[in-house]
Design a binder for this molecule. Structure first.
Ligand code: C2E
Ligand code: MG
Ligand code: MG
Length: 695
């Protein structure tokens, strides 16, 4: 057994036995004449050091030496060793004597004896127990013996307190756990109020079971306790019998399980389940307390793009930052939670005042406005918030969530940061959702049924006024809806993955058309829009080159348009893709410049040829300075600059005067179907476009 091995290996054992001179020890001299059997027992080494004459007779030994030589550890069990060790600790630490009823077997016969254990120091460092056989019980029933042994050895902590709450008995397990200072029941509890709760409970019932945080020798622990009104069998006075078991580990396991079930593992915020419980609670007290509250539904714009292009690890870090800022932005009376993905819900308890809610929403937007640096990327968090109020905008969890969601969609559509719910929204929104679902279903058949068509919009050279190229823009000839613009279905196709098939179809069709025009003597480069999903697939290079070969198309006559958000991902991979396309002779355009991150560093970093400035720059007069800077930057970096969305003559003049290279917009022509644009090209490919001619 492990403990006996430990004892045997103890080198000090021999030293102590020889060091201890019982013949001269003053304590021994005083004990010699006690009539009860007694011995000095070295618990640390499991050796009897000395016994009086009555002791030698009781333990069946001829002499002290005979007793000292006994290998006692070979005849006892581990619980006995532990009991004696604990008795020694208790006696020394509390400087007390303890009495216990033991059944022992000296000389092989069973004897039930009341033992008294007292501290017996030997020198400064060595301790021993003075064990005295106080009383032998000859008439103990077997039940008494067994219940006494059970009480001694059980791990349940049993204690008895008198009517004044003073400790009058504790079994070894309780003594091991209880501080020596804990001599009354209230001292056991960490929370002072617990004793009053117990007293109240015991006034109403005989027994009270509870789980409390208690002071123990190993620090604060949780004990499951049963407190029972009883009578002290010795004094006959009323008492409280306490039985306790340690529940700390179970509680910790429960708490961990609870935490896992109700916490969002990524952000540490309460999750959907926790939010539901909290809302349930708020609704259940709403009537009684006339409670009102507000629900903010927060969703991040363009999060999917960040996640898809920068990877999930960056996406995760961004969500952690959002959670952190959200918690900081809102006060203690609100609860921030994450539903999943990029959706967060904030409950503002007892707040429904419009001004206060506006203030909170603006605080959140302000907290999110500061760009986040992740790796070497500077990212902007753009949240949209929908706000709805209980009970005015919804009376159930489902209706509140739905309505806040509708308000959030509206905030997204209006790009206004936050939006309060109003009843009209549900009507508009359900129509939009139905519409989206309908389109999603119809898209499945659209390619197969040849419902797509490419329109082409001419681009005009600022220098010559000639048509210098066309941009292919997809249209959907829907059997019942008529012509559907790309903005209504490109994102759906991205979400469903159909964009890959659609994108390949666009590549093939536009290259075929370019070749047909070339054969007809119309030398016109064609720009093709590439979607984010398409750009991120490994097949892009293969698809482009296959299309070029299949249509015998000159790569120099093809431009691919990508947007800034596609340049956010793995820089090496993006560089490689762009480099390979460029090496094929294809021109690369950065489309919609100015709507996204407007990062001028990209223009230097990647092999781009053309910069297409978003039409917002032409519409907004205040941005003309910026437009000038971009035009100059383009020149410095050797990029051609195209202005899109040119609608009026003054814009044409401004662009020509400021050295823009190409223009595209309704002023010259809307996107046209093939036969019409062919006609336009036949008229204007070699000569100036009509609008410039007229100037
Ligand atoms: P984009 O590539 O920036 O295309 C320019 C958009 O501006 C076109 O919208 C065009 O009709 C519109 N536009 C041109 N001139 C003017 C103007 O003077 N004023 C105004 N207000 N608008 C003008 P469209 O055709 O609705 O296309 C919208 C977007 O859909 C495109 O923006 C492009 O991002 C995407 N898209 C179109 N075709 C395809 C395609 O084949 N594949 C992919 N992946 N995306 C496409
Ligand atoms: Mg484009
Ligand atoms: Mg554009």
């Amino acid at each position: 057994m492990k403990f006996t091995a430990q004892l045997r290996n103890c080198h000090r054992c021999v030293a102590i036995l020889t060091d201890f001179d019982y013949t001269t020890h003053p304590g021994i001299q005083a004990l010699k004449h006690v009539r009860n059997p007694l011995c000095i027992f070295d618990v640390d080494h499991f050796k009897v050091l000395w016994a009086n004459q009555a002791g030698l007779a009781f333990w069946h030994a001829d002499s002290i030496e005979h007793l000292r030589e006994r290998e006692i550890e070979q005849h006892v069990t581990e619980p006995i060793v532990k009991r004696l060790q604990q008795l020694q600790t208790d006696c020394f630490e509390q400087d007390i004597s303890l009495t216990e009823l033991w059944t022992i077997f000296p000389g092989g016969a069973s004897r039930t004896v009341e033992h008294s254990f007292s501290p017996f120091p030997i020198g400064d460092e060595t301790r021993a127990l003075l064990i005295e056989v106080v009383n032998e019980i000859f008439d103990a029933s077997s039940d008494t013996l067994r219940s006494t042994a059970a009480l001694l050895h059980t791990s349940a902590m049993i204690s008895l307190y008198d009517a004044d709450h003073s400790l009058i008995y504790c079994n070894p397990a309780a003594r091991e756990s209880l501080h020596s200072r804990c001599t009354t029941l209230p001292q056991r509890f960490i929370n002072d109020a617990d004793i009053y709760i117990i007293e109240e409970a015991l006034e109403l019932a005989e027994c009270y079971t509870t789980e409390l945080e208690v002071n123990t020798t190993t620090g604060p622990r949780w004990h499951e306790m049963t407190l029972q009104k009883s009578v002290d069998p010795v004094s006959g006075q009323p008492s409280i019998l306490v039985s306790a078991v340690d529940a700390t580990e179970r509680r910790q396991a429960q708490q961990t399980a609870y935490k896992l079930a109700y916490t969002d593992s990524l952000t540490g915020l309460p999750n959907r389940a926790a939010l539901t419980i909290y809302l349930d609670e708020l609704l259940s007290i709403a009537d009684e307390e006339q409670n009102e509250f507000s629900l903010f539904f927060l969703d991040l714009d363009r999060f999917k793009i960040i996640n898809d292009s920068l990877g999930h690890s960056i996406g995760d870090q961004l969500l952690i930052e959002v959670a952190h800022r959200l918690k900081q932005a809102v006060g203690g009376n609100s609860m921030a939670s994450r539903l999943g993905g990029d959706e967060f819900v904030l409950i503002m308890n007892r707040v429904t005042d419009t001004a206060e809610l506006k203030n909170a929403a603006e605080k959140i937007l302000k907290a999110m406005a500061e760009p986040v640096m992740l790796g070497n990327q500077k990212l902007r968090i753009l949240p949209s918030i929908g706000i709805c109020r209980f009970p005015f905008d919804g009376e159930t969890i489902a209706s509140l969530m739905e309505n806040a969601d509708a308000a959030m969609y509206m905030a997204k559509a209006r790009q206004c940061g936050y939006c309060f719910f109003d009843k009209q929204m549900t009507i508009t929104l359900s129509a939009t959702i139905k519409d989206k679902l309908g389109l999603e279903n119809d898209l499945v058949y659209a390619i197969r049924n040849h419902e797509f068509e490419l329109y082409y919009q001419p681009k005009i050279s600022c220098r010559t006024g000639h048509v210098s190229g066309v941009e292919a823009l997809i249209r959907w000839n829907h059997p019942t809806r008529g012509l559907v613009p790309p903005d209504s279905f490109i994102t759906i196709a991205e979400e469903t993955g159909q964009i890959l098939e659609l994108g390949n179809w666009v590549l093939d069709q536009s290259m075929r058309q370019q070749k047909l025009w070339q054969e007809a003597g119309l030398l016109v480069p064609v720009s093709i829009n590439i979607s984010a999903h398409q750009f991120n697939t490994d097949d892009l290079m293969m698809n482009v080159s296959e299309c070029l070969v299949r249509n015998s198309c000159d790569p120099a006559m093809i431009e691919l348009e990508i947007t800034e958000s596609m340049l956010l991902g793995d820089a090496d991979r993006i560089h490689q893709t762009l480099q390979q396309l460029s090496a094929m002779g294809i021109q690369l355009t950065l489309d919609d410049f100015g709507t996204g991150y407007s990062n001028l560093a990209y223009l230097q970093k990647y092999p781009l040829d053309i910069l297409k400035i978003d039409r917002a720059f032409l519409v907004d007069q205040k941005r003309s300075m910026l437009m000038e800077t971009i035009l100059n930057m383009g020149k410095v970096l050797g990029l051609k600059v195209v202005a899109e969305g040119v609608e009026v003559r003054s814009q044409v003049d401004w662009l020509i005067n400021h050295g823009c290279d190409q223009m595209q917009g309704f002023y010259f022509s809307e996107p046209l179907p093939v036969h019409q644009v062919t006609h336009y090209l036949e008229k204007h490919c070699g000569g100036a476009a009509p609008a410039i001619k007229a100037a």
